[in-house]
Design a protein. Structure first.
Length: 66
């Protein structure tokens, strides 16, 4: 297992964006009536967090020396 174990800028950024996506999606489902466009924006943020992680990892932000 790696020494940084997820404590990198790429991991923190991806988790922050994913958490924002979950919050936005939950708000969309809690509205009355349910707002599916807001929900799908939350889902898109969750998927985008994976893409952000991959891009940041390829730029070298997935190493503990940053």
């Amino acid at each position: 297992m790696s020494n940084n174990h997820g404590n990198t800028p790429a991991a923190w950024t991806a988790v922050a964006i994913a958490m924002l996506g979950f919050v936005v999606g939950a708000v969309g489902l809690l509205l009355d009536p349910v707002s599916y466009p807001v929900f799908w924006v939350g889902v898109a943020l969750g998927v985008a967090s994976l893409a952000v992680f991959v891009v940041m990892a390829k730029l070298g932000f997935n190493q503990s020396d940053h």
